[in-house]
Design a protein around this ligand. Structure first.
Ligand SMILES: Cc1ncc(COP(=O)(O)O)c(C=O)c1O
Length: 427
């Protein structure tokens, strides 16, 4: 089926008990066992079924199937936020003494996780000088366990050359892990280009209404964990924390998420609530329509800004002179994302005046809401980075990031126009 149809139907037909057409919210902590033997069989993973919502829940299971199918993966795990998805994935792939090689253009908190938090657990990150395959490949050594990128970087708007990165990962025999939050599977499915695992903040375009935090890890099923047992022994050795379970044997191609569910979700417990899973499913039903409108509105807003003499520069991959134009044509079918950055003439002060004058655009730190949003990354999302790190991540003190919503384009442009007038008015 096509994405528009998957978004509405995948993972659910109707409730077997009641025939309810909307996905029911199974707001329960636990599930009753038929007998002691049934409970034991569930805990031994000998029979399918739910035990406790920290391990799995029927509403969340529909969300997982839907996101997996949208991405063309074989399995997904939904968790409490995009950050949980990133943390669990990093911990599942790398251990003390090992490292992850990453592009430098990252969402600020992901950078903080990699640069400052994971090292406390003995896992380090090495950031490339750029997102180019050669710059990343030279950082890989025998202790590297993953190559990481955002398909389209937040806020840099860079479009990664996934095929080239997948080749690097293949040569190093490590998984390519891609955060596909910004474009969503409506614009690109990283598995089609050789990625092994996809991460989502479902909080953004997927949920789409700025109401609900959620995250997902999606597995393509294509990384050979069993054959690569020397590099990734945790998947093929008996796990003492789970009475000797061998993940590659029990879960086969789904070993990666089997372990995240059994180890990290079970013991660390950053699960998504069934109610949030329901709200995200509601959002996902319309993701294809919304993304289409986001993309159209973004193109017109970017054209307006670029033609305006009060604007110094606009970074938008839909312009032929943008360095990522060719990659946006190849990977996004020319549909550049609705996240863009720009700078106005007059530097930081004029930028602040513009930001303060916005009326329709919300001043906040979020993206991918149906509403138009504006963010000043240097003072908020990317504040923890050094000036040098901000520069490589595509953030200057003047940068304003816009997430163009699905309002009428005339109203979006009118707000940008009046805020530019307020920012550049002579005192
Ligand atoms: C690209 C990207 N990945 C991950 C996240 C983290 O998602 P969450 O806020 O759901 O934890 C964000 C948040 O802005 C993001 O932009």
């Amino acid at each position: 089926m096509k994405p528009e149809t998957i978004a509405l139907h995948a993972g659910y037909d109707c409730d077997p008990a009641t025939k309810a057409v909307a996905v029911p919210i199974y707001q329960t902590v636990a599930y009753s066992f038929d007998s002691a033997a049934h409970g034991a069989a569930l805990f031994d993973l000998e029979v399918e079924g739910f035990r406790y919502t920290r391990i799995g829940n029927p509403t969340t299971a529909v969300l997982e199937k839907r996101v997996a199918e949208l991405e063309g993966g074989i399995d997904a795990l939904a968790v409490s936020s995009g950050q949980t998805a990133l943390t669990y994935t990093a911990l599942n792939v790398a251990e003390r003494g090992q490292n992850i090689v990453s592009v430098p253009q990252l969402y600020g908190t992901t950078h903080t996780l990699f640069a400052h938090i994971l090292p406390k657990f003995g896992v380090t990150a090495r950031f490339g000088k750029s997102d180019r395959a050669a710059d990343l490949e030279r950082l890989i050594d025998e202790n590297t366990r993953a190559l990481f990128c955002e398909t389209v970087g937040n806020p840099a708007g860079n479009v990664c050359d996934l095929e080239a990165l997948a080749q690097v990962a293949q040569r190093a025999r490590i998984p390519l892990i891609v955060d596909n939050t910004v474009p969503t599977p409506i614009l690109i499915r990283p598995f089609d280009y050789g990625a092994h695992l996809v991460i989502h903040s479902l909080t953004k375009f997927m949920g789409g209404h700025g109401t609900t935090l959620g995250g997902a890890i999606v597995d393509s099923g294509r990384f050979p964990w069993k054959e690569e047992a020397a590099r990734f022994p945790t998947f093929s050795q008996p796990d003492e924390s789970y009475h000797g379970l061998v993940y590659t044997e029990h879960y086969g191609d789904k070993a990666f998420l089997g372990r995240v569910r059994s180890v990290y979700n079970r013991t660390m417990g950053a699960v998504i609530s069934p109610f949030n899973a329901f709200l995200l499913l509601q959002g996902i039903e319309t993701v294809a329509l919304r993304v289409e409108r986001h993309v159209d509105n973004a193109r017109r807003a970017a054209e307006f800004l670029r033609a305006d003499p009060r604007v110094a520069s606009v970074s938008y991959a839909g312009f032929p002179d943008n360095p990522y134009y060719a990659l946006a044509q190849k990977y996004l079918g020319g549909r550049a994302c609705s996240l863009m950055t720009f700078e106005i003439k007059g530097g930081f002060d004029a930028g602040t005046r513009f930001y303060d004058a916005l009326r329709l655009f919300k001043r906040l730190v979020n993206l991918g809401d149906a509403k138009s949003l504006a963010c000043h990354p240097a003072s908020t999302t990317h504040r923890q980075m050094s000036a040098e790190e901000q520069r490589t991540a595509g953030v200057s003190p003047e940068t304003i990031r816009l997430s163009i919503g699905i309002e009428h384009i005339d109203d979006i442009i009118a707000d940008l126009d009046q805020a530019l007038a307020a920012a550049t008015a002579k005192p």
